[in-house]
Each structure stands twice: as structure tokens, then as C-alpha cells.
Design a protein around this ligand. Structure first.
Ligand code: URA
Length: 291
């Protein structure tokens, strides 16, 4: 890596290696932006607010000065043009619930999600990753959140784990024309970090409504976060998988749901593929039984 930086800047190579190791693996914009400079001006640029008049001469003013600095900085940050990220709050979660509940079609839901600015994740994502496949399908699969490839293409499961998912589906005679695929979180978390509970909560009404509008005969939860979001459980996926659960929609429709292992996990733990294979056979049998 260092050899690629012949201009005596091995420190830059190290910095890039560090970024890559924590998942910062692509540029968001053409030009670099120094967010630290935006948030806190350098000391030389600070304008000191006047000190209180009642400080006697010769008395230490350090506390008053520090407090004045803090107040000035807080005011400056508060009045700075807002960054693109928004702070998730209950109002945004309530808005998400209302927008989702009143969307009457998948198209309307997609448009509302595309216009919704209440989730931080949208600020750093390239695309809304709404769904792929056939909305008329008897089976709907729900993953966790888009990764890098999905973010670029705006489609779920198009990267490495998506290719494994396609092979798993093919093994039970299905493909993307006969399944519908979405994610619990529709925007890529930066660096593929785990979505925060608040982000998950804000996105939950959207995926719940998506399931309700598709109204599949069978739901498959790919991985723990999908199962936790849609099956009202805090159990781990290794305990949950392989056992039928029920997802109940807001209007009270009960949909059989099979939690199983996430393809990305199977890529890391191939010995567990046999467990997922069993779960997929269960799903195949259920689909046959339901006609
Ligand atoms: N992992 C997921 O959970 N969803 C995707 O779309 C891709 C990878």
C-alpha cells in the first residue's frame, strides 16, 4: 500500500487503510468537506464575547472566559446552516407511522419514503433501496439493510450475499420473478454500521406497511435484525431460525414467518448453510401446502 504513495506520504496510505478497515470505503462527494472546520472555528477566528463588567481588576477571569467561549460556540453551532443529517426524534417516528399507514399502494409508499427526510441514514445513502422482485409473489423475504452495492444500484441483495441468496432461492425452485425482496432498513447505514435502535424504529412502519401491502402467503426473515423488527422478539437468530412464527399486520392479518440465517452470515460461516437449507425446505413445503 505504502508503495502507491511515492511522494513521501506513507501517513496518507496508513490513514486510507484505517478508513477502509472501519468501513469508510468510498467518497460521498467530489470535493472534500472539513466538517470539523464547519462546526468549530479555529481559535484565531473566535470572537470573544465581552467579559462581564463586574469582574474586579486583577482577579482571574478564566472561568468566565471559558463559559463565555462555550456559550459563543454553542450559539455558533446552533445558528450554522444545518448539516444534511437530521436528528431522529419521536416526531419523525410519528410522521413515518402516519405516512406509512395511509399509503394505499406500494408505489405510493415508495414515493413517500423517497420524500421522507426524517431518517439520518437517508442523508448519507445514495439511493432508497425499496424492493426487488414480484409484488404479486406468494413469498416475501426481508433482509436487514442495503450494503454498498445495493446503495449504488438502488436494489436489495445485488452484492455478494445477494448472489448467495439467488442460489438458495434457485435450490427451492424460485427466482426474483417469483419472490419479493425488501429490507427492514431501506437506506444504507454509512460504512455498513449497525442501524441505531432509533433509526430502526423510524423505518419500522415503512417495512411493516410494505409487508401489509404485498400481503404474501409466507414471510422469510433473513437474519436477526429482520426477525426482531417484524416478529416482535428479542431472541437471537440461532434460536429463532427454523421455527415458524407469525407476523401480524396492523389490520390483523397473520402471516406465517420463517426466520433464517442471513446470507452474509452464511458467507462467513459456511458450515451453517445446512441450517439455512433446512429452513428453505420448510418454506418450500409451506408454500406447497398453502397452494
Ligand atoms: N444485506 C441485507 O440485509 N440486505 C441487502 O439488501 C444486502 C445485504
Amino acid at each position: 500500500m505504502t508503495a502507491a504513495f511515492p511522494d513521501n506520504r506513507p501517513d496518507l496510505a496508513d490513514l486510507l487503510a484505517f478508513y477502509a478497515s472501519v468501513g469508510v470505503d468510498e467518497a460521498l462527494e467530489e470535493q472534500p468537506v472539513n466538517r470539523f472546520a464547519d462546526a468549530a472555528p479555529r481559535p484565531a477566528e473566535r470572537t470573544q464575547p465581552p467579559l462581564p463588567d463586574n469582574v474586579p481588576p486583577g482577579r482571574s477571569t478564566s472561568v468566565s472566559r471559558a463559559e463565555a467561549d462555550d456559550r459563543a460556540n454553542a450559539a455558533r453551532v446552533a445558528s450554522a446552516p444545518s448539516a444534511r443529517a437530521t436528528v431522529p426524534d419521536e416526531a419523525q417516528a410519528a410522521l413515518a407511522r402516519q405516512l406509512a399507514a395511509t399509503a394505499t399502494t406500494l408505489d405510493e409508499l415508495r414515493q413517500r419514503m423517497a420524500a421522507f427526510d426524517g431518517c439520518n441514514l437517508k442523508a448519507t445513502a445514495k439511493n432508497l433501496v425499496f424492493a426487488d422482485g414480484n409484488p404479486e409473489a406468494a413469498i416475501m423475504l426481508v433482509g436487514e439493510a442495503p450494503g454498498r452495492d445495493e446503495d449504488i444500484e438502488g436494489l436489495p441483495f445485488v452484492g455478494r450475499s445477494g448472489r448467495l441468496l439467488d442460489r438458495m432461492l434457485a435450490a427451492i425452485g424460485l427466482d426474483r420473478t417469483s419472490v419479493y425482496i425488501a429490507n427492514a432498513i431501506p437506506w444504507r447505514p454509512p460504512g455498513n454500521r449497525t442501524p441505531t435502535p432509533h433509526e430502526t424504529e423510524i423505518c419500522r412502519p415503512f417495512i411493516e406497511r410494505q409487508v401489509e401491502l404485498v400481503n404474501p402467503k409466507v414471510l422469510v426473515n433473513l437474519g436477526g435484525p429482520s426477525a426482531k423488527t417484524l416478529l416482535n422478539t428479542s431472541e437471537g437468530i440461532l434460536r429463532l431460525r427454523g421455527n415458524w412464527r407469525v407476523h401480524t399486520t396492523a389490520s390483523g392479518v397473520a402471516i406465517p414467518a420463517m426466520p433464517t440465517l442471513h446470507p452474509a452470515y452464511l458467507l462467513r460461516a459456511p458450515a451453517h448453510k445446512k441450517l439455512a437449507w433446512r429452513d428453505f425446505l420448510e418454506v418450500q413445503a409451506k408454500l406447497r401446502a398453502l397452494g
